[in-house]
Design a protein around this ligand. Structure first.
Ligand SMILES: *Cc1c(COP(=O)(O)O)cnc(C)c1O
Length: 360
């Protein structure tokens, strides 16, 4: 199995020793040992700090996509109206997922290189469509953009939409995610981005309004949220929890909190600014449109004319650099450098830029 000395894929990111070492322990049964419950509770506290919320945080086994499905299925019945505001692969995908489980979906769409704006268009659509839920994506990882969610939360409150669901998988821990201040009912996170853990866990904060809807819908699947409402109180989880996975999340969140969240956000901003400047210096073009907000966790770059993506990828890899391509309409057109969590490292970005310079 080949590993690359300059890992810059936007998730899963390089897992630091401190996180990897938790896999060396042969834990007992998470169903039986109160040590596990204490670890789960402490991990929840750390995730609440990272999400700036007083709401409970549910931790589930399975990587990021699990909580996207679980949140939709736990809150929606067929025919419920869902408005997706979309600026990229995950934003449009959210709308398709909701439609696939029978919701009546509507999408307010933007270009893949844009971030949310033209709030009057969103407001008008909400007034007319009266959705039960709005879905949005904070960091659109395939586009390298960061959507402003505070405005959306303000509109949601003012127009009385019951639920705002936000995918913060690729931003939580790398940029401020102010769940309570922004009015996010379900904030969805994963282990393999800024938390620097393997792709095995996901988590989401759940507001009181969301719990009410979840009780009413009473969805029973493997990814259901309802069994987690009293899981800690009763020490009864719906399936055997992944002790190693929770321990990894605990360690990954611990690294960010020991550094200090403000310092961690500043590190991500600084590293991403250096990355964007370096890319521009090489004569390459950033993907986000002028005026769109770039994400501090990932930089998306247009594949230069004349070098097909597989060839460029081969050249990068020959120099020890692994980056991400992109998805959907951006496949082959965009490559991405993930400077999130352990990879938000100035030295690493410098090495990546040198490898890119030698490849083009
Ligand atoms: C990574 C990511 C997810 C989770 O999807 P994966 O299957 O882990 O790639 C969800 N949303 C966003 C915005 C992500 O970046």
């Amino acid at each position: 199995m080949q590993t690359y000395p300059i890992p810059m894929v936007p998730g899963p990111v390089r897992v630091p020793d401190q996180v990897r070492s938790v896999y060396q322990t042969d834990y007992g049964s998470a169903d039986l040992e109160t040590d596990f419950l204490e670890l789960y509770n402490r991990t929840e506290e750390r995730l609440r700090a990272i999400l700036a919320t007083r709401n409970p945080v549910v931790i589930q086994t399975g990587e990021g996509m699990l909580v996207l499905w679980g949140a939709l299925k736990s809150c929606l019945r067929p025919g419920d109206r869902v408005l997706s505001v979309a600026t990229g692969v995950f934003g449009y995908g959210f709308g398709e997922m909701a439609a696939s489980i029978g919701a009546e979906g509507k999408t307010v769409g933007f270009g893949y290189d844009e971030t949310l704006s033209r709030w009057d268009r969103i407001e008008d659509t909400i007034r007319e469509f009266r959705p039960k839920m709005i879905t949005a994506v904070h960091c659109e990882t395939p586009s390298g953009t960061l959507n402003p969610l505070a405005e959306l939360g303000e509109i949601k409150r003012r127009l009385g939409v019951p639920l705002l669901v936000a995918d913060v998988v690729a931003s939580a821990g790398g940029a401020p995610v102010l769940v309570d201040e922004w009015g996010i009912d379900l904030a969805l996170g994963g282990s393999q981005k800024c938390l620097s853990a393997p792709p095995s866990m996901s988590f989401l904060s759940v507001s009181p309004a969301a719990w009410e809807v979840i009780r009413e819908v009473n969805y029973p699947g493997y990814d259901a949220l309802l069994p987690f409402q009293d899981a800690q109180k009763n020490f009864y989880f719906p399936y055997t929890p992944n002790w190693h996975g929770v321990a990894a999340l605990h360690a990954g969140a611990g690294i960010l909190l020991a550094e200090g969240l403000e310092a961690a956000f500043e590190r991500h901003s600084r590293v991403s600014a250096a990355c964007r400047e370096g890319i521009a210096r090489l004569g390459l073009e950033l993907f986000p449109a002028p005026g769109a907000v770039s994400s501090p966790t990932v930089t998306a770059v247009r594949v230069p004319e004349g070098i097909p993506w597989p060839e460029l990828d081969r050249r990068f890899r020959a120099r020890g650099l692994a980056v991400g391509g992109s998805y959907g309409p951006l496949a082959w057109k965009v490559f991405r450098l993930g400077h999130m969590g352990s990879q938000a490292d100035p030295g690493l970005v410098e090495q990546a830029l040198a490898a890119i310079a030698a490849s083009i």
